[in-house]
Structure formats: C-alpha cells, structure tokens
Design a protein around this ligand. Structure first.
Ligand code: ZN
Ligand code: ZN
Length: 337
C-alpha cells in the first residue's frame, strides 16, 4: 500500500507525532485531496487536548486545508481529479434532518462532521472529505494563502456580510489578531467605514495599513463613547476572547446595530435597556459551510484580501503549533506539505 506522511495525536493531551500512514481511499460520496497547505487554528486544541466530546484517537488535526483533488469516490457529482479544493471546519451534513431540510445545514443535527475532529484532517499529505464539505479554490490564491481563509477567513467574512451593515455604514472590528487582521480587511472591502479597536497605540499603524479608517486605543479611550461620536456602529465584529473587552464596546452600538460574536467566552453581561431602546442585538455567528468558504475565497481574489502567515514545513508541526498557542504569531500559522 502506498504511504503518506501525517502528523497525528494518539491520545488526549498527547504530542503531535510525525507518522507514516496508508494513503486513505475515498469512499462513496467523498473525495481525496492531495494537501498542499493546512493552517493551524486555535480550535485544533479540541483535537490536541481531547476537549471535543466523543473524539476518537489516533486523529489527524487540521481544518484549514488547501490542495488538489486527486481521486473521487463513487456517486460524487461536480468534482473531478485535478481541481483545486479546500475544506474548513464544517465537515459535511446529512441532508435529511430537520435542520438540513430547513436549509440550516451548518447546524446539521444527525451527522455533525467536523474536519480534523470527527474524521482525519489536513496535517497530512492526503485526506478524504465528504464532497459537500469541499470548496473550490480559485486561481490567483496560493495554497498557503487559501488555507487560513477556510476558517479564520470565512468566519470573519461571513459574519460581516450577515451583520446587517450596508456599504458606507460604520463597522467596528474588536481585536487585531488571527481573526481581526482579516476582519478589518473584509470590512473595508465590503464597503464599511471600518473602525479598528485594540489595546495599545502600537497596533494603530498595522490597523491603518490593513485599511482601517479610524483606530480606537482601549488603553486610553472609552471605545463605546468613541464609537458614538460616529453615530454608533451598525455592526461590531467581536473577535477577542475576553468578556470585559466585549462588554466595553457594546455601548458603541448604533440604532439597529448588531454585535457579532465570533470569539467564545464563558458568559457575557449585556445591557437590556440599551438593547431594547436601540433595537440592538448581540448575536453569535458560526463560521460557514463550503459555499460560504468558496464565496470567501473568490471575494479575497477579487479584492486582494490576504492573511498574514508564518509558514512551517509539516515535520515541524509541534513547533508550529506551539507558535500558534503562544499568541505571538503574526498572525496565522500554516503547514506546507
Ligand atoms: Zn478554525
Ligand atoms: Zn442534517
């Protein structure tokens, strides 16, 4: 049997191990992707640390996968060998549960499949994915640029385009990190007056380089009051994982404004009187399905949005993972095969 190199986790909290595995065969309804690049996302901790309920080992992590389809299983329509393709967090859906039948395939009730968690992901030279989980990668985007857009990219792009703001209105992006540096670019390119919010004056230059129209430093300014000087934000994209930082900007929402939460915190206090008087909302947003990813990739080529990456070869995955966990990477960490 032909072999491939892969990086797997054998037990909860176990190390990332470089191993040789048989190249998987695509079963019915699936395609095999020859992986070129795979991003390392903070959510890979679910696999590394055994945090996901029911996860089985050994497991190959990775849900920011970019490559080329090299084999197609029985019954697959619309995909052929040689096509560029990627997979993100959303790893497939059943098509017959109530959520799927309502068109909410992202929330499939019966067969929730997550790339790199419920089946093997992209820290490998090959992986197999359900055909409906695959996004086409357009020309003009390198594999290492495409990979982070399949999780961090689609999450920010899709939350912003569903946040209710229209071109010309104020969008605020809270946090300039792995998500925020993409969120600022997408907000600018989607036509919003984009205000970046972060701690410290040192981040202003980068925010403006990414296209931000205005910058608010939460160390010296009250972000809610500052946003109100511009009439309040129609959408706030909250990319941070700090409840206090989120609560400090809610007061910056404008009339009919929405705060889109894409960073997870345990709990969050909201001001009901402010929300009801301004008809405002605080809303969670799931990243997106494969067609949302495809839209993200196409939009990125169209408008020049790119992630800022630190790239490592597959065999240095443990070092690359530690770099991501350190919080010091600027801004996404990507493995190349
Ligand atoms: Zn992710
Ligand atoms: Zn379903």
């Amino acid at each position: 049997m032909p072999k491939m190199r892969a990086v797997q986790v054998s037990r909860p909290q176990g190390p990332l191990e470089l191993v040789e595995r048989e190249i998987p065969e695509p079963g019915p309804g699936t395609v095999r992707i020859k992986v070129q690049s795979c991003g390392i996302c903070h959510s890979d901790t679910y696999t590394k640390e055994g945090l996901f309920p029911g996860i089985q080992y050994p497991r190959i992590p990775g849900h920011e996968v970019a490559g080329v389809i090299d084999a197609v299983g029985a019954g697959v329509n619309g995909w052929t060998a040689g096509q560029r393709a990627g997979v993100g967090w959303h790893g497939g859906q059943c098509g017959y549960c109530d959520a799927c039948r309502h068109g909410n395939t992202f929330a499939c009730l019966t067969a929730t499949r997550i790339t790199g968690i419920t089946y093997d992901g992209g820290y490998a030279e090959y992986m197999v994915a359900p055909a409906e989980a695959v996004a086409q990668i357009p020309e003009g985007l390198s594999p290492s640029d495409a990979a982070p857009l399949l999780c961090a990219g689609v999450t920010t792009f899709n939350a912003l385009r569903n946040g209710g703001a229209r071109p010309g209105e104020v969008a605020a992006v809270l946090g300039i990190g792995g998500l925020g540096h993409l969120g600022i670019q997408y907000a600018v390119k989607q036509g919003f007056r984009t205000i970046a919010i972060a701690r410290g004056q040192d981040k202003e230059a980068l925010a403006r380089q990414l296209g931000a129209w205005h910058y608010i430093d939460t160390q010296t300014q009250d972000p809610a009051a500052e946003l109100q000087k511009f009439g309040g934000a129609k959408v706030i994209l909250a990319t941070v994982t700090n409840a206090g930082a989120m609560q400090a900007v809610i007061g910056g929402l404008g009339i009919n404004g929405t705060m889109m939460l894409i960073g997870a915190v345990d709990s969050l206090a909201v001001p009901p009187l402010q929300l009801l008087r301004g008809r405002q909302s605080v809303k969670g947003w799931y990243s997106g399905t494969s067609i949302d990813s495809q839209d993200t990739l196409n939009f990125s080529v169209l408008t020049g949005v790119r992630p800022m990456n630190e790239v490592f070869p597959l065999e240095r995955a443990p070092e690359a993972y530690d770099r991501m966990m350190s919080g010091k990477a600027r801004f996404r960490v990507v493995l190349t095969m």
